[in-house]
Design a protein around this ligand. Structure first.
Ligand code: FAD
Ligand code: MEZ
Length: 570
């Protein structure tokens, strides 16, 4: 047999997967089909428990929600491991093929779209949310809490967008966790840091809302079950304000899971494999709903009073990235496969104004060997960066634009992140990199130097000098502002890092109520809201590490509440 369906067909009929009297799939989540897989093979947890402990298992994933079997195991086409969109594991899959994804513009297939529009409304709701990342899930939770009916549409087969990948933390000032740890911070300092990092082109009103609500947003997440008690440092921050779970575990998967659980608990109608291709408006330009392309059910219209665009950025779409910043042509990206910019396309079609699209951030520490971003928290907790000569060449926790530029100036356009066992023990996220087998290890600095092919004497000299700076509390070479610990506890570790496209700062213009401004009138488009990476203005020309998760939680909440209010008053 060529594909899974042929194999199952030999065992029985179409009924072994599909609902017999429906004449097709159950829905775009493939709810019935997935339940059928589980009934015979067990669920993801059971399969993960049976996997060998020392190997990377496709069933042990960092993805959020209940991952559907059909995300990877396809019935009527070749199966493809979704993980290979970012990693390059090359799992040996039954009836498997190679990961490939071609970007299809949202306005492709116009004839079929027009036909669906002519067919009229299929469903009605109060609020539609586009995207299941942190901004979309936060919007859904707050719109449900305000008493409205919500349909959340996600084009990918798995939820969580870039949010589920966020690693280092969520910035917030004047929080309970900071107070407990004796960290003195002020909302005004967060505003100043954010404006300075963004080269002062940020919308100052949006930045004020970000900082002034940041502590509340941590409390809001905590009230729903999140653990945001570990606090570390990110580049460009004056103090430690990057919040994450105990022990320094990845923030995004945790926050996204908490928001997902709460959105589900509140009865949000969540549809995967469902791409919004158009926002519909009446003759006056007021929003009336969306046109959706269900992967399996085809085009249909949902009538809604308000729509929240929370569709994320476009860092994974290198053609689009290079159009705005040609220097980034051909660069790898840290993002999930759905970060292609569809949200911008539907917003532009609806007449939204945009800003700052030319500002695209490269993250300085992407591992080419693993295809994953190495969190800034590793540097925040004390790692240094050295070149092929074994020398430091920058303040490791400067802003990303500066760090990436400095790395690209080194021989090989890459560098090595170097840390010791005490840093490894301080940050759970590092265990993931060790598990991926991308971290080199040496019992001594000399042994490590050999592993990464840098001059041992030079690396040892660099580390001794750095440890001296830690002792004296002053980095006489690069004025690194935080010097948390000496690199002194064996074993020592290193991994090669290079910049990769990470964050798109520009996007749809919003006001402090998350209302989308019209390009034509400069006024809000009635019923249209946006939050998160799809918007511009919060981060200016360069986003600070930890400010995106803060942005999506705060503005997602605002967008959901405002959309619900609009829908109720409508
Ligand atoms: P996303 O989480 O990307 O969600 C958008 C969703 O919309 C996606 O699932 C997408 O598939 C869906 N979508 C798009 N178009 C459509 C459509 N037409 N119809 C339906 N659905 C659609 N920031 C921090 O502050 N701290 C960190 O530690 C941090 N670490 C990061 C690590 C990595 C590896 C990456 C990639 C980013 C990191 N960031 C971090 C940035 C941060 O994670 C993102 O900016 C943020 O999560 C974006 O959230 P969002 O909800 O706006 O978009
Ligand atoms: O904000 C980010 O993108 C971030 C903190 C990433 C990381 O290095 O962990």
């Amino acid at each position: 047999p060529e594909v899974l369906a042929d194999f199952h067909g030999e065992m029985g009929s179409c009924d072994s997967c599909h609902v017999s009297d429906k004449g097709g799939v159950s829905d775009d989540n493939l709810s019935h089909e997935n339940a059928q897989c589980v009934s015979c093979h067990g669920d993801l947890k059971e399969l993960a428990a049976a996997a060998p402990k020392d190997k990377v298992s496709p069933h042990k994933s960092h993805l959020i929600g209940e991952i559907a079997c059909t995300s990877c195991h396809k019935g009527h086409e070749k199966s493809v491991a979704y993980c290979d969109a970012c990693h390059s594991f090359g799992f040996d899959m039954p009836y498997g093929g190679k990961w490939e994804r071609k970007f299809v513009p949202v306005d492709a297939d116009k004839a079929a779209q027009d036909k669906a529009i002519a067919a009229g409304v299929k469903e009605t709701t109060d609020v539609v949310v586009i995207g299941s990342g942190g901004a979309g899930l936060a919007a859904a939770v707050s719109a449900r809490d305000a008493g409205t009916k919500v349909i959340l549409l996600e084009k990918e087969p798995v939820p969580g967008g870039n949010t589920k990948l966020a690693a280092g933390g969520m910035n917030a000032a004047e929080t309970k966790a900071q107070t407990k740890l004796g960290i003195e911070d002020k909302k005004q300092i967060m505003i100043d840091d954010t404006m300075k990092g963004g080269r002062n082109i940020n919308d100052p009103e949006l930045v004020k809302v970000l900082a002034n609500n940041s502590s509340d947003s941590i409390d809001w997440l905590t009230s729903m079950g999140a653990d945001m008690t570990d606090v570390g440092r990110m580049g460009g921050a004056s103090v430690n304000r990057s919040h994450r779970p105990t022990g320094g575990a990845g923030v995004g998967a945790h926050v996204a899971q908490v928001l997902w659980d709460n959105a589900v608990k509140r009865g949000t109608d969540i549809r995967l494999n469902s791409r919004v291709v158009r926002i519909l408006e009446d003759a006056k330009g007021n929003v009336t709903g969306v046109l959706v392309k269900g992967e399996y059910t085809g085009y249909y219209i949902i009538k809604a009073d308000a729509v929240v665009i929370a569709a994320g950025g476009f860092a994974k779409n290198n053609d689009r990235v290079a159009k705005y910043d040609p220097k980034l042509k051909g660069f790898k990206a840290t993002n999930h496969p759905g970060a292609t910019g569809d949200g911008l396309d539907v917003a532009l079609q609806a007449g939204a104004a945009t800003r700052d699209l030319e500002f695209i951030q490269a993250h300085p520490t992407y591992s080419p060997a693993g295809g994953v971003m190495i969190t800034e928290a590793v540097r925040g907790n004390g790692a240094i960066v050295v070149n092929r000569e074994g020398n430091r060449f920058m303040n490791e926790i400067t802003t990303r634009d500066k760090a990436s530029a400095a790395i690209l100036q080194q021989k090989g356009e890459s560098a090595y992140l170097v840390f010791d066992d005490s840093i490894r023990k301080s940050l759970k996220a590092i265990e993931g990199y060790v598990h991926l087998n991308i971290v080199k290890e040496g019992k001594t600095v000399e042994e490590l130097a050999k592993q990464i092919d840098v001059p041992a004497a030079e690396l040892a000299k660099t580390i001794t000098a750095y440890n001296g700076f830690v002792k004296s509390g002053k980095d006489a070479q690069f004025e690194r502002p935080n010097l948390p610990r000496e690199l002194a506890v064996a074993p020592f570790y290193a991994l090669e890092i290079a910049p990769a496209v990470h964050h798109t700062m520009g996007g749809v213009v919003i006001d402090t109520k998350a209302e989308v401004k019209s390009e034509k009138t400069g006024k809000p488009i009635q019923g249209l809201y946006a939050a998160g990476e799809v918007t511009g203005g919060v981060h200016g020309a360069n986003r600070l590490g930890g400010n995106a998760v803060s942005d999506i939680v705060t503005y997602g909440r605002i967008a959901g509440a405002e959309a619900a209010k609009f829908a109720k008053d409508h």
